[in-house]
Design a binder for this molecule. Structure first.
Ligand code: COA
Length: 262
């Protein structure tokens, strides 16, 4: 049986490739469960400093697997919420809260749940040939993997609602313009651009990277006062680390810092 998600680690960067190209990498239970298990392993692996997620074939991900969830939602609200919505929301929350930088390398279309996983990841670079859209409305339902919440927070309420209510896809350039992704690059440079971004971050102390991700992710939806408390708590986590002392000391001694990850 072919693997539905491939995992390859090179020099501390893990590449997860959604691998159902004949179904445009649609997210079925097997893909979601495999992704969740791989993320558990990559979190625990100290040799891994960053994760890149991409798609095999012409698509990044065409969303939740419609054939699979058709059977699930046909069983009524309780089963639909348990086996479809909750599963997808767990995946996007896991990506959003992952303590190492996780970067979408969007090689092609990112629709529905495919767009939702991009919204949830920390950073995203896309091929000039990629497109992004929320076609769920055309199927008769609102996006259930966080799309009604994260997209308007990322791109603004009116831009988000335009995508959510029309279902029309936007280009990679437009996605960059409205803040859904960080950069657009030629198709054959997507992985290189994602890898470059990963390595620029991995050169920084891992504890500070994790604390920054945690503070931003947890603080974003809080009041500023609550967010500042979250920021202070995350700052407190790095104070005892060797890398924090080394960063300051290296600056004072006018030399490059030598971070050890401790
Ligand atoms: N779920 C399950 N299967 C999907 C899928 C999805 N979200 N998106 C694509 N596929 C499958 C197609 O059924 C087809 O399978 P088949 O060859 O066994 O029939 C295969 O992937 C290729 O897709 P196809 O529709 O033939 O390609 P296309 O280039 O003509 O169209 C899309 C591409 C993306 C426009 C079209 O596949 C589509 O509209 N997909 C659904 C997108 C969507 O609504 N996503 C949100 C779901 S919540």
């Amino acid at each position: 049986m072919s693997q539905v998600v491939l995992c390859q680690v090179a020099d501390g960067v893990a590449i997860l490739t959604l691998n159902r190209p004949d179904k445009l990498n649609a997210l079925d239970h097997a893909v979601i469960d495999t992704l969740m298990a791989l993320l558990d392993g990559l979190e625990a692996d100290d040799a891994v400093g960053a994760v890149i997620v991409t798609g095999a074939g012409r698509a990044f991900c065409a969303g939740a697997d419609i054939a699979e969830f058709a059977d699930i939602v046909a069983q009524g609200t309780r089963v639909a919420l348990r086996d479809f919505v909750r599963k997808g929301q767990h995946l996007t929350a896991r990506l959003e809260n992952f303590p190492k930088p996780i970067i979408a390398a969007v090689n092609g279309l990112a629709l529905g749940g495919g767009c939702e996983i991009v919204e949830a990841m920390h950073l995203a670079v896309a091929s000039a040939e990629a497109s992004f859209g929320k076609p769920e409305i055309k199927l008769g339902f609102p996006p259930p993997f966080g799309g009604t919440q994260r997209l308007p927070r990322l791109v603004g309420r009116k831009r988000g609602l335009e995508m959510l209510l029309t279902g029309d896809a936007i280009s990679a350039w437009r996605a960059e313009q409205i803040g859904l992704i960080n950069a657009v690059v030629p198709a054959d440079h997507v992985m290189e651009a994602a890898d470059d971004l990963a390595r620029r971050i991995m050169a920084k102390p891992a504890a500070a990277v994790a604390a920054t991700i945690g503070a931003v992710t947890r603080g974003l939806n809080l009041s500023i006062d609550e967010g500042l408390a979250v920021e202070a708590a995350h700052f407190g986590l790095v104070v005892p680390t060797d890398d924090f002392r080394e960063g300051i000391q290296a600056f004072l001694e006018k030399r490059p810092a030598r971070f050890t990850g401790r």
